[in-house]
Structures are given as C-alpha cells and as structure tokens.
Design a protein around this ligand. Structure first.
Ligand code: ADE
Length: 247
C-alpha cells in the first residue's frame, strides 16, 4: 500500500505516522508514505496557494491549479489514477468496513484542505471519495487523513503480527472489545476476574465473548443491531442486562 498525501503541512503527516506499528510497517516496506507539499506546485513567485472567495465572505479558498498539479505529479510518478479521498465533514462517515475496503487498493491519494476549503472545480475533477471522520469540524484534513491511514494500514496484510490481528476480528462482528487485565492479580482492592486465572481456555473464551456482547449492549447499543450474535446469546444478554439494571 502506497499512500500519497497532498497537504500544506507535510511535516505533520510524516512526523505523525512514522512511529509504532505504522512506522514498523513502513520500515519493512509493507507501506510507503509520501507527503506532497501543495505549495511546491504554486505557480507564482510568492508560492501563494489560496485566494479570496468569489462572492465574498470570510476566509480564503485553496486554488484549483496547485492542487491539480500536485495530483498530476503523483499520477505521473506511479503511472496510474488511484482513488482520491477528500477529507471533509460533508463526506461519508468513516468506519471499519470502509477501512477494510480501502486497504485493498495499491495506491491511495489523500487530499487535505485548509482555510475555507478548496475550489470546487478541482474537487469535481479529481476526487473519487469524500470522507468525514465524524460530525465535528477540524481546522484541516491532516488529522483525519492520519486517522484513516492508521485504520486502513491495520487491515493491510502483514502490518499486524498474528497476535495483533486477533484483535481486529472482534470489530468484524460489530462487537466491542472485552476488558483486559495484567499483573498484579489485585490492584487498589480490585481483583482480576477469577476465570482469567483458571487456565481453562474454553471458559476464558466464553467469558470474553459474553463480556464483548454485554459491553456493546451497554455502551454502543446502536452497534448491536448489526452484531453477529446467536439467539442463545441474545437470551443470555437480556437476562444479564436485567441483572446489570437491578444492581
Ligand atoms: N476536515 C475538517 N473537519 C473534518 C472532519 N470531521 N472529517 C474529515 N475532514 C475534516
């Protein structure tokens, strides 16, 4: 997977993504990241990339041509026309299924806007996917593109070790993670659930599955409608939700 990020803040992208699991995958050559500075494609001597909006109003608009030239430079380099993701609160809200789908691409271009947005004409011409990371407004597309790159990269084969990819499966069934514990066995008077110390693998798995279902029902009931749970588990859940409610 090769990411190409068109941005006015290339350092933010490079610095934000070269650590931890994503940094390790880049060092191994499973992922590559190129932050393209849109300012390098400004066509005036002041390297200006924005101008006043036609029709008036507050703020500045990123001009079409530098964005287009930066996009063309990437296409030339890779000899292809990859999907172009424009980060905007107007877009489709990003989720795990989208991360999985984007992970199947070989190249992806992320277009990060700033100021009051980008000239609509270049968006019409190059953007294939408009994506939002949630219903709030950020100052630019850099953080959203980093969020997306992190989530997509986890889905690229070889990025996570076998041990780490087990973690991914739980969201696949639309369920939240079960709680985790490590040493010591007792901390601030709170004991680790005894089943986890039993060494009984099947019981541990059963307990974790039940905890995932219970947590999803308590914290994200909206996810439960799409969750992959059996009739028996549903019955177990309604019983236990009643118990939670009573306590
Ligand atoms: N740009 C500004 N806010 C955004 C958001 N919530 N998602 C994606 N891009 C954005």
């Amino acid at each position: 997977m090769n990411y190409h990020v068109l941005t006015l803040f290339p350092d933010m992208i490079q610095d934000g993504l070269n650590t931890s699991i994503i940094g390790r995958a880049m060092a191994k050559g499973i992922l590559s990241l190129e932050a393209v500075n849109i300012r390098d494609y400004a066509f005036n001597k002041h390297q200006k990339v924005d101008d006043y909006p036609y029709g008036g109003g507050a703020g500045m608009v990123m001009q079409a041509e530098p964005v287009y030239l930066a996009y063309e430079a990437v296409c030339q380099k890779i000899q292809g026309k990859p999907r172009v993701i424009y980060l905007t609160p107007q877009g489709r809200v990003f989720n795990q299924d989208m991360a999985r789908e984007f992970a199947m691409e070989e190249d992806l271009i992320f277009l990060c806007g700033h100021y009051e947005g980008i000239d609509e004409r270049v968006l019409e011409e190059i953007v294939t996917d408009q994506v939002s990371i949630g219903d709030y407004v950020l100052t630019g597309g850099e953080l959203p593109s980093m969020v997306m790159i992190d989530a997509i990269s986890r889905m690229v084969p070889g990025v996570l070790s076998n041990e780490e990819s087990g973690q991914t499966e739980s969201f696949a069934g639309n369920l939240l993670e079960y709680p985790q514990y490590s040493r010591p066995e007792e901390w601030h008077g709170k004991k680790v659930p005894p089943v986890l110390l039993s060494g009984h693998h099947a019981n541990v798995e059963k307990w974790r599955r039940e905890q995932s279902i219970l947590r999803t029902a308590m914290y994200r009931p909206d996810l439960l409608e799409e969750a992959d749970i059996s009739e028996k588990e549903k019955a177990w859940l309604s019983q236990n939700l009643k118990l939670e409610g009573d306590s």
